[in-house]
Ligand binder design. Structure first.
Ligand code: NAI
Ligand code: MG
Length: 354
């Protein structure tokens, strides 16, 4: 029997609701597929910060490395500045394991209403490939005259040839693998970011020459934001910097119904380190603890995880169960216009897994 071990990091807020939901789905699906899944849960996050002054312990990466994959809920607490929670847990894992690809699919499922009129199920089907280790998220900068009246803040973006080339190449390979519209759109703002993003654009042109079978377009991020709304069905693979990919993937999530449906994979394609799977959304303090969060984004992230771990059938059956719940339309959380709880939706997915 194949054995896989999964590290669970529920984190904060609704992370503690949606990760246990996805675990139940994985357990049932694994049992049916003859895959033995073992789980180790780490209660790191804001509570750990309040107790220990750190979001996670110093040996966190070594402990995570012992697992095949990581499933994360969210980090973020209203009483801790967001740059501390993010830089204390999620970003050190992405950077420390060099998880340079953040893959964020957006698909309009049957039964889900887009806020945009006139789109059939499946008509919107795109993946935002976000650079995940450098760019605007590089932790380079500082304060001068910190907290004094003449305070100055410097924040530096770092774009490397190595970093741009590998993410752009990944996007082209993905467009081939998906074999849908066979298109890659590259998003920058090189009119205003005249160094890093000019390098990105140049590398995009170089790499695209190696993929003559893939159509390309280059868009400035403001035009891309407009076109995600104006012509979302025209996109296939979209490759963007760390910050732009983050912003655009909230947009791609909402045009396909809800951020509560959007999964995300943080990948090390070379498989030197465990990859990390998570919903796109955050800890949602406005609804946390009420048991009404949508678990489907995390369940779909778990499906992406099983695909990455070499279990495409498990992945397809989990996604199929989610599709069935959505198409059925009877058991939905409030973000999708329903009145069901996290537990109800999880039970509905489990019922369709059979
Ligand atoms: P958010 O994604 O947590 O929430 C935005 C809105 O969407 C809220 O109204 C929330 O109720 C709703 N929502 C989110 N997920 C939902 C779900 N599964 N079901 C139903 N409704 C859902 O973003 P926000 O409010 O900007 O950030 C809240 C906290 O989360 C902050 O501390 C932020 O730093 C953190 N955050 C963490 C992320 C991560 O861990 N990857 C990503 C984004 C934000
Ligand atoms: Mg985001």
């Amino acid at each position: 029997m194949k054995k896989l071990s999964i590290a669970l990091l529920p984190g904060d807020g609704i992370g503690m609701e949606v990760v246990p939901a996805a675990r139940k789905v994985l357990e049932k699906s694994g049992a049916a597929a003859g895959v033995h899944l073992s789980f180790e849960q780490f209660d790191w996050g804001s509570d750990h910060y309040f107790r220990m002054g750190q979001m996670m312990p110093v040996d966190a990466l070594e402990r995570l490395r012992a697992h095949d994959s990581i499933l994360l809920g969210a980090v973020g607490h209203p009483d801790i500045p967001d740059h501390i929670t993010l830089n204390g847990m999620l970003l050190p894992i992405r950077r420390g394991f060099d998880l340079y690809v953040n893959e964020r699919p957006a698909y309009l499922y049957a039964g889900v209403e887009s806020p945009l009129r006139g789109y059939e199920p499946g008509a919107i089907d795109m993946v935002v490939v976000r650079e995940n280790t450098e760019g605007e998220y590089t932790n380079v900068g500082g304060f001068v005259y910190h907290h004094l009246p003449e305070e100055v803040a410097i924040q530096t973006s770092v774009f490397t040839r190595h970093g741009c080339e590998r993410i752009i190449r990944y996007a082209f390979d993905l467009a081939r693998r998906r074999n849908q519209k066979r298109k890659v759109a590259s998003i920058t703002k090189s009119n205003a970011q005249g160094y890093g993003m000019v390098l990105w654009d140049r590398i995009f042109r170089e790499v695209s020459a190696e993929y003559p079978d893939i159509e390309t377009e280059s868009l400035l991020v403001d035009a891309a934001a407009m076109n995600f709304v104006r012509r979302p069905a025209s996109f296939d693979v979209v490759v963007a910097s760390n910050l732009f990919g983050d912003i655009l993937s909230d947009l791609s999530a909402i045009v396909t119904g809800s951020i509560g449906l959007a999964p995300s994979a943080n990948l090390d394609p070379r498989r030197n380190a465990p990859s990390l799977f998570e919903p796109v959304h955050g800890s949602a303090p406005d609804i946390a603890g009420k048991g009404v969060s949508n678990p489907l984004a995390t369940i779909l992230a778990a499906a992406m995880m099983m695909d990455h771990l070499g279990e495409p059938e498990m992945s397809a059956s989990i996604e199929g169960a989610v599709r069935a719940v959505l198409a059925d339309g009877k058991v939905l959380t409030a973000d999708l216009g329903g009145r069901s709880t996290t537990a109800d939706v999880t039970a509905a997915v489990l019922a369709h897994l059979a």
